[in-house]
Write a protein that binds this ligand. Structure first.
Ligand SMILES: NC(=O)c1ccc[n+]([C@@H]2O[C@H](COP(=O)([O-])OP(=O)(O)OC[C@H]3O[C@@H](n4cnc5c(N)ncnc54)[C@H](OP(=O)(O)O)[C@@H]3O)[C@@H](O)[C@H]2O)c1
Length: 294
């Protein structure tokens, strides 16, 4: 069963092989979503300071009926925090919001503040400051594992060369039609676990008729095909849904995509229309308000 599988991070910590995303689920709604996810079998929840729902995620974890150590909780340091002092202080704010004494993992959300996403300016110094804050919070046990998100190879090399601990995870956009194979190879060669965010293309791949044909062959839906594709690339997918039926089907992945079909899926390029979501930096590289950043 997928929900019983784990990856092992470079530090030896085990992380469940699939996580439930919570972006765009409100603080009021998310506690129930977390409880429904736990009921469906998820043991790994992904949130962020920028999602403005850490309080509700913490409530969901605390009221799930499971022991705290049975659920792996990830949050992310706001992309704008690029100095040691405010980054360190915000770790405590996240813990307080969630009502937890530690989180399992914290990631730097983006190498650039969202307003400067992929704009070419270097934030190497600021990323080292933020990283040092996460390293120190990790040392005292407030965070069990630390990593990054949206980092490109050069951003990671900066931390590996100048930090004390290498990132354990890089959480990046990866789905059929948008898979950064070189970055994935680099991370995996460095022992960095790659998490796939938006594994269902933020919903956009669901409209792809060609994918429907392949999914039909396996008797599954496009969402299941998309999540299974990530798993077979060695990625850790983070599908988001608030719908309990979708929660269950997204982890019912007891099928194997053939080698030939994997090659077909890997060759799919573009064709993903994120629609209104293209306005988000992670999908369109354009400016977007911080609270709604992915
Ligand atoms: N680090 C970052 O910068 C970053 C950026 C983006 C996302 N993320 C993380 O990755 C998570 C997932 O990404 P995402 O939210 O962009 O999108 P996603 O998981 O690729 O897709 C979510 C969409 O697909 C629909 N969906 C999911 N399963 C389905 C199913 N079985 N059948 C039909 N529709 C289905 C959902 O609708 P329903 O709710 O109706 O099922 C929702 O509209 C986020 O929640 C967040 O935790 C991180």
């Amino acid at each position: 069963m997928l929900v019983d599988e784990h990856c092992t991070l470079s530090s030896g910590i085990r992380i469940p092989r699939v996580g439930l995303g919570t972006w765009m689920i409100s603080d009021e709604a998310v506690a129930k979503v977390v409880r429904d996810g736990v009921e469906a079998g998820y043991r790994h929840i992904d949130t962020a300071q920028a999602y403005a729902n850490e309080r509700g995620v913490g409530e969901g974890v605390r009221t799930s009926g499971l022991a705290r150590d049975a659920i792996f909780v990830t949050t992310k340091l706001a992309a704008e925090l690029k100095d040691y002092k405010s980054a360190l202080a915000s770790v405590d704010v996240s813990l307080r919001q969630m009502g937890l004494d530690h989180v399992d993992m914290m990631l730097i959300h983006s190498p650039q503040p969202w307003a400067d996403f992929r704009a070419g300016q270097s934030f190497d110094e600021g990323n080292l400051e933020a990283w040092r804050a996460l390293e120190d919070a990790h040392k005292v046990g407030k965070i069990r594992a630390i990593g990054v998100s949206n980092f490109e190879r050069a951003d990671i090399e900066n931390l590996i060369t100048n930090g004390s601990v290498a990132p354990m995870v890089n959480q990046i956009l990866a789905h059929i039609g948008s898979t950064p194979f070189d970055l994935i190879d680099y991370c995996q060669s460095e022992g960095i676990v790659v998490e796939a965010y938006s594994p269902v293309g933020h919903g956009a791949v669901l409209k792809n008729a060609n994918l429907a044909g392949i999914a039909d062959k396996y008797g599954v839906g496009i969402a299941q095909l998309s999540i299974r594709y990530c798993l077979q690339l060695g990625l850790l997918p983070l599908p988001k849904t608030a719908n309990p039926d979708h929660m269950r089907s997204n982890i019912a992945l007891d099928f194997e995509i053939s080698g030939a079909d994997m090659e077909t899926l890997k060759a799919v390029q573009g064709g993903t229309d994120y629609g209104e979501a293209s306005a988000f930096p992670v999908f369109g590289k354009t400016r977007q308000v911080e609270q709604s950043a992915g």
